[in-house]
Write a protein that binds this ligand. Structure first.
Ligand SMILES: NC(=O)c1ccc[n+]([C@@H]2O[C@H](COP(=O)([O-])OP(=O)(O)OC[C@H]3O[C@@H](n4cnc5c(N)ncnc54)[C@H](O)[C@@H]3O)[C@@H](O)[C@H]2O)c1
Length: 284
């Protein structure tokens, strides 16, 4: 199957890697030169991580990398049968992209958005055949997660949903289907928690280490909310909170001052080596 991935950042690259590891040929598009130029190095780091995590045999990483072609040109996706969109979390940017894809691709092409919080319907209104649009909310790192939140928009067709499930099956992943809403299930709940956890640190009730320890050691979660936020990227957290604030009008989604300050200081989490916590090396 010819698969296109749009945006070769944290998510796009992880999704491309997971697809290629499953044997698919992938064309990954990124119009930003710095992102495009760094993509092969970041892919190699992701493949090393997949081997370390026991998700892939070292001997297969070369052939996985060879299945991914990087390009700056959206038009190179014209004959893809399935697209996974991992562009920045900005409503207007994604809507413009869907208008362009509608002109470029055939009406049979399934387009899945990896958005964190934007309802599928806000994107599918930009295309002529909205039954082929759905959400496939992979989590980071995409190659290491067993399940994907699948969002069925009000116009998403049964055939589209079946094609998405089939693709996930080829990748060894399970789809969990939910209905369309701002933030769906995952980020409606997680973003409010992260914002509250950051507010607790801001107010001096506990530091980030103690907050995460409460969730890990008392509740038994695999990772606390602030370490999770560092893994997602604090810039992505703030973008997602803005989307949720705009679409729900709920003040609980107004990013707290500490989150905004860390982003302004370039402390974006693991990808920059520091966020709520410090990391020994920058991780892909
Ligand atoms: N980071 C996470 O943990 C996570 C998890 C699930 C979903 N998401 C969602 O996935 C999407 C991508 O997030 P990310 O973390 O990979 O962000 P990112 O900033 O790492 O990557 C976005 C990429 O899109 C590229 N880009 C910029 N303008 C573009 C355009 N017009 N068309 C195509 N690409 C463009 C950028 O150069 C960048 O490489 C967002 O919608 C985000 O909310 C993120």
């Amino acid at each position: 199957m010819a698969i296109g991935v749009i945006g070769a950042g944290t998510m796009g690259l992880g999704v491309a890697q997971a697809l290629a590891a499953a044997g698919h040929q992938v064309t990954a598009v990124d119009p930003v030169p710095a992102a495009l130029n760094s993509a092969p190095d970041r892919l190699r780091a992701g493949l090393r991580a997949a081997v370390l995590l026991g998700r892939q045999e070292a001997a297969t990483t070369g052939s996985t990398a060879e299945r991914i072609r990087f390009t700056a040109e959206l038009k190179d996706l014209h004959n893809a049968s399935f697209l996974i969109e991992c562009a920045p979390e900005r409503i207007s940017l994604k809507q413009d992209l869907y208008s362009a894809l509608d002109t470029l691709c055939s009406r049979d092409t399934v387009i899945a958005t990896c958005t964190s919080a934007i309802p599928v319907e806000l994107l599918s209104i930009r295309v002529q055949a909205p039954e082929r649009i759905l959400g496939m909310h992979f989590m980071n790192p995409a190659y290491a997660k067993d399940a994907v939140e699948v969002i069925r928009g009000k116009d998403t067709g049964d055939a589209t949903l079946a094609r998405a499930h089939h693709l996930l099956h080829t990748m060894g992943k399970k789809g969990i289907v939910v209905h369309d809403a701002p933030g769906f299930v995952s980020n409606r709940v997680l973003m409010a928690t992260v914002n509250d956890a950051a507010t607790v640190v801001q107010e001096g009730t506990a530091d980030a280490t103690a907050v995460d320890a409460i969730f890990q050691d008392c509740f038994g979660h695999a990772m606390g909310p602030l370490r999770t936020a560092d893994l997602i990227g604090l810039d992505i957290i703030v973008d997602t909170l803005h989307v949720l604030r705009e679409l729900t009008d709920s003040p609980q989604f107004t990013p707290c001052a500490l989150l905004a300050r860390l982003v302004a200081q370039g402390k974006l989490g693991r990808k920059t080596g520091e966020g709520f916590h410090r990391y020994a090396t920058q991780q892909a």
